[in-house]
Design a protein around this ligand. Structure first.
Ligand SMILES: Cc1cc2nc3c(=O)[nH]c(=O)nc-3n(C[C@H](O)[C@H](O)[C@H](O)COP(=O)(O)OP(=O)(O)OC[C@H]3O[C@@H](n4cnc5c(N)ncnc54)[C@H](O)[C@@H]3O)c2cc1C
Ligand code: SF4
Length: 489
C-alpha cells in the first residue's frame, strides 16, 4: 500500500468530466473526457489495500484491484497492465461498460465514497495501448488441437484468446458481418467507440485466432456449416451464442408499424452512426419515442433516439422507482438496486415507473400513434392495476427493451441436441461442458442475459474446461464455476 493515509487525505471521489450534454448529443463519440493523471493517481491512492479486499469478491473476474491501484499510485503503469491482464482479457470493455460490482463491495464504501476502481482500470489499459505495451502473445508451440468458437461477443472472444494462447488452433464464427457480438452493434458508440474493440481484435488476430464473420452456423445460407459438420471438423466447440431471443409484449397493437424490438432498432442505428450501410434503419427524428424497459438496453435506445433528434423520449418501467440509498435488505457489500443516472438519462428523456402497457393505439393507417398505460402496484407478489390510472401518451416509435429470454434454439442448438435448463439456457457442468461431450457453453447462452464481466469470466473459465478436455490438464485460470453466485449482480 503506497499511501497509508490516502483515504484520509483524499476523501472525495473524483471522476473524469463528461462532455457537455449539448455538445455530446451532436455526435456519437464517447461521453467522457480524459482524466487528469494526477487526479487519477490521487484516487488510486485512496485504496486501503484491505486485508480482506471485498472488491475481489464483488468482481466475477477476481481482479487484483488493490495491486493495480497501488501500482498506478506509484506510477508503474507497465506492471499495472500486467496485473490487470492477469485476470481480465479485456479491461477496456469492463472499464467502460461494467456496472462495477467491485465498487459496490469496496470496503471504503462503508463510510466514504468507494474507490474509483473502474476508472483506474480503464485508465491503465488505455495508457498501455497508448504506450504500445499491449502486444500479441502468440503461443510458443501449437498443440495440434482445433477449437470452433461460435459467437464473437465477450464470452467467445475471451475463450478464444485463452485457448489460442494455450496453443490450440481457434476459429471464431460469427453470424454478423463483423466480429464483436453485442459490443459491435448492440452497445452504441457513445458508450464504447468501436476502435476500442478493433485494436483488441488486431492483437488477437496477430496471436493466431482466426475470425470467420458472416457465418451463421447451423443456418441455411450459402456456405453454411451445420452443427454436425462442426463437431466432425473440430476437436472441441464453444457455444458463445448469447441470449438473443427478446422478450415480447403481447398487447393489442403490437404489430403496428413503428413498434419494434430494441435489438432491431439499435444495430442499424449503430451502423448508420459509424457511416456504414444500415439496412432497416428506423430514425427517431421528430418522433415521440416510448421505450418499454428500464435496463441497459433501454438506456442505449434513449441515447440513440436523442442523437437521432427525437421530439420526446419516455422510458417506462414496471418496477417502482428505486431509492438513492442502499435499501436495508441490500447491505454492503452486496450490489444494491439504486436509482442510477446513466449518461443517456443525463441527456434527455423522462422515466416513468410502476406502469404497465395495456395497448398500442393505431393512427388509422396501421402505424402506432399512442400508448395506453396504467399504474400498477405490487399486491401479494403480483402487479395489480391502480383503479382509474389509465392514460395515453403519444408515441410514433415504441421500442421494446424488456430483456431476453435465452439463446436461440432453432438451428445450431437443436442440431447439436444439447440439453437446456429450466430457463431455456444451454445446460453445462462445472467445466462448462454441455450434455454433449466436447461441446462447451459460455456467457449469456448458458447463464442467461447478464453482463460483459460475467461473459469474460465465463469465457476464461470455459477455456480451462476445453483445455483440460483436449489435453488432460490445464494451467489456465478458472475465475468462476458456472453455479457460483457471489455477492455480485
Ligand atoms: C443493448 C445492450 C446493451 C448492453 N449494455 C451493457 C453494458 O453497458 N454493460 C454490461 O456489462 N452489459 C451490457 N449488456 C449485456 C452484455 O452485452 C451481454 O451480457 C454480453 O454481450 C454477453 O456476451 P456473450 O459473448 O455471451 O454474447 P453476445 O455478446 O450476445 O454475442 C453472441 C454472438 O453470437 C452470435 N451468434 C449467435 N448464434 C450464432 C450462430 N448460430 N452462428 C454464428 N454466430 C452466432 C451473435 O450474432 C452474437 O454476435 C447489454 C446488452 C444489450 C442488448
Ligand atoms: S475494497 Fe476498496 S479499499 Fe479495499 S482493497 Fe478493494 S478497492 Fe481498495
Amino acid at each position: 500500500m503506497a499511501d497509508p493515509k490516502g483515504f484520509l487525505s483524499q476523501r472525495e471521489r473524483e471522476l473524469p468530466p463528461r462532455r457537455p450534454v449539448p455538445v455530446r448529443i451532436m455526435d456519437w463519440r464517447e461521453v467522457y473526457d480524459a482524466q487528469d493523471p494526477a487526479q487519477l493517481q490521487r484516487q488510486a491512492g485512496r485504496c486501503m489495500d484491505c486485508g480482506i479486499p471485498f472488491c475481489h469478491e464483488g468482481c466475477p473476474l477476481g481482479n487484483l484491484i488493490p495491486e493495480w491501484n497501488d501500482l498506478v499510485w506509484r506510477d508503474d503503469w507497465d506492471e499495472a497492465i500486467e496485473r490487470l491482464h492477469a485476470t481480465n482479457n479485456f479491461p477496456e470493455f469492463t472499464g467502460r461498460l461494467c456496472p462495477a460490482p467491485c465498487e459496490a463491495s469496496c470496503v471504503l464504501g462503508i463510510n466514504q465514497p468507494a474507490v474509483t476502481i473502474k476508472q483506474v482500470e480503464v485508465s491503465i489499459v488505455d495508457e498501455a495501448f497508448a504506450r504500445g505495451t499491449v502486444r500479441p502473445q502468440p503461443p510458443d508451440r501449437l498443440s495440434g488441437h482445433t477449437v470452433a468458437v461460435i459467437g464473437s461477443g465477450p464470452a467467445g472472444l475471451a475463450a478464444a484468446q485463452q485457448l489460442t494462447r494455450a496453443g490450440h488452433t481457434v476459429a471464431v464464427f460469427e453470424r454478423a458481418d463483423r466480429i464483436g457480438g453485442l459490443l459491435r452493434y448492440g452497445i452504441p458508440e457513445f458508450k464504447m467507440e468501436k476502435g476500442v474493440l478493433d485494436r483488441r481484435l488486431e492483437q488477437m488476430a496477430a496471436e493466431g485466432t482466426r475470425f470467420r464473420p458472416g457465418t451463421d452456423v447451423g443456418g441455411s445460407g450459402e456456405g453454411a456449416l451445420s452443427g454436425g459438420q462442426l463437431v466432425d471438423r473440430y476437436d472441441a466447440v464453444v457455444l458463445a451464442i448469447g441470449a438473443t431471443v427478446p422478450r415480447d409484449l403481447p398487447v393489442p397493437g403490437r404489430d403496428l408499424e413503428g413498434v419494434m424490438q430494441a435489438m432491431d432498432y439499435l444495430p442499424p442505428a449503430n451502423r448508420a452512426a459509424l457511416g456504414e450501410e444500415a439496412a432497416g434503419l428506423v430514425s427517431a427524428e421528430g418522433k415521440d419515442v416510448v421505450i418499454i424497459g428500464g435496463g441497459d438496453t433501454g438506456a442505449d435506445c434513449l441515447g440513440t433516439a436523442t442523437r437521432q433528434g427525437a421530439r420526446s423520449v419516455t422510458q417506462l418501467e414496471i418496477m417502482p422507482r428505486p431509492g438513492e440509498e442502499r435499501p436495508a435488505a441490500q447491505p454492503w457489500p452486496t450490489y444494491p438496486m439504486l436509482y442510477r443516472v446513466t449518461s443517456a438519462h443525463e441527456e434527455n428523456g423522462e422515466r416513468v415507473y410502476a406502469v404497465s402497457t395495456n395497448e398500442l393505439v393505431d393512427d388509422g393507417a396501421g402505424a402506432v400513434a399512442a400508448l395506453r398505460l396504467e399504474e400498477v402496484q405490487m399486491v401479494d407478489g403480483r402487479f395489480t392495476p391502480v383503479a382509474g390510472s389509465q392514460r395515453e401518451i403519444p408515441a410514433q416509435l415504441v421500442l421494446l427493451a424488456m430483456g431476453f429470454t435465452g439463446p436461440q434454439q432453432a438451428g445450431l442448438v437443436e442440431q447439436l441436441g444439447v440439453e437446456l435448463d429450466d430457463r431455456g439456457n444451454v445446460r453445462r457442468d462445472d467445466d462448462y461442458m454441455s450434455s454433449r461431450p466436447g461441446v462447451f457453453v459460455a456467457g449469456d447462452a448458458g447463464r442467461g442475459q447478464s453482463l460483459i464481466v460475467w461473459a469474460i469470466a465465463e469465457g476464461r473459465a470455459c477455456a480451462a474446461g476445453v483445455d483440460t478436455f483436449l489435453t488432460g490438464s490445464s494451467s489456465l485460470p478458472v475465475p468462476i464455476p458456472p453455479t457460483a453466485r457471489p455477492l455480485t449482480v
